[in-house]
Write a protein that binds this ligand. Structure first.
Ligand SMILES: C[S@@+](CC[C@H](N)C(=O)[O-])C[C@H]1O[C@@H](n2cnc3c(N)ncnc32)[C@H](O)[C@@H]1O
Length: 304
């Protein structure tokens, strides 16, 4: 009996000790991670300006090696820099974004709007696909959901994406603010937008609002494109597919889905008809409400 008692007591103590150890290891790991992160940000901040000029130089080197618009598709995927400029990789499935890139190269837009820029990969592509004298606007919310925006230190690097003669405006703001719409309009002046890429807030309401606010700026025959048009089980808050399904009902669309890729995300393209892009109103169905209640938007969450 004594032995049994001792055995179970020792077992219980060992178990408690293991739980406690796991707990403290987790705390230590978090603490050392945040110390590492703080240390990393400090180093990045100290080296930011030399890393920025190094990144611009590396980009220039790649561009000299890859002079055509078609070959420059590879650049954001292969670019490597230092510190804040480690990567400019698009948050995209390469096979899918390549097809959109081809469509935009054919359009050769003079006015381009991107909502959601993050590491700048797609913004870079639009500067290469656009006309030599294009006006390009990037709207991205610092610390925004679905990617977290980009630090101010990357601004000079993104400015270097613009080709000579192009005018690139980096607006670090909420696309849903009326002031952002006014700033976009002011930047483009009287001319209509030829191409808009909507890849910012991925909630149902967020995408609908971007469509409602910015698609009227796009001219007849211009392109409005969307990322994440397929349901993403790993991110229930990403609901672009629901807006896309509504758009599909009333517009002619093209879908770029790379069936050979390990994971499909999907890009949708609409060529704006004469009477504008059609999105039915009052689509706040029970399904919308239920899914909105079930999922909350993660601040600065990563969707990939
Ligand atoms: C998925 S990332 C964009 C990825 C980029 N287009 C690419 O393929 O590399 C989404 C970005 O949208 C931004 N964002 C989220 N909500 C926004 C909003 N309301 N207004 C502007 N930007 C927003 C986030 O800050 C994030 O950087």
């Amino acid at each position: 009996m004594g032995e049994g008692f001792t055995g179970s007591r020792v077992g219980a103590l060992q178990k408690a000790h293991r739980v406690e150890t796991v707990y403290y290891v987790a705390i230590e790991r978090r603490r050392s991670m945040s110390i590492t992160l703080r240390f990393k940000s400090l180093i990045y901040a100290i080296t930011a300006s030399s890393d920025a000029s190094n990144a611009v130089k590396r980009l220039g080197l790649l561009e000299r090696r890859l002079p055509s618009a078609a070959s420059r598709f590879a650049i954001p995927f292969v670019f490597r820099g230092r510190g804040y400029f480690r990567s400019m990789r698009p948050r995209q499935n390469p096979g899918e974004i390549e097809r959109l890139y081809q469509a935009v190269c054919e359009l050769r837009p003079r006015r381009v709007l991107e909502i959601g820029t993050a590491k700048g990969g797609t913004l870079y592509l639009w500067t290469q696909a656009a006309a030599d004298d294009a006006a390009i606007v990037s709207l991205d919310l610092p610390g925004g959901p679905f990617g977290g925006g980009y630090p101010a230190q990357r601004v000079p690097f993104y400015q270097a994406f613009a080709r000579p003669g192009q005018n690139l405006a980096l607006m670090r703001a909420d696309s849903h603010a009326e002031a952002s719409l006014a700033a976009v309009r002011a930047h483009f002046g009287a001319g209509p937008v030829d191409f808009a890429f909507i890849d910012g807030d991925h909630t149902y309401e967020g995408v609908r609002q971007d469509v409602a606010m910015y698609s009227p700026l796009v001219r007849e025959g211009g392109i409005v494109a969307f990322h994440d048009i397929l349901p993403q089980e790993w991110s229930p808050v990403t609901q672009v597919h629901r807006v896309w399904n509504e758009l599909k009902r009333d517009n002619e669309v093209e879908e770029f889905i790379d069936r050979d890729a390990p994971r499909q995300i999907g890009i949708g393209l609409i060529r704006v008809p004469r009477d504008g892009l059609r999105l039915a109103t009052g689509a706040h169905s029970d399904e919308t409400r239920a899914s909105r209640d079930a999922s909350s938007v993660p601040a600065a969450a990563s969707i990939e």
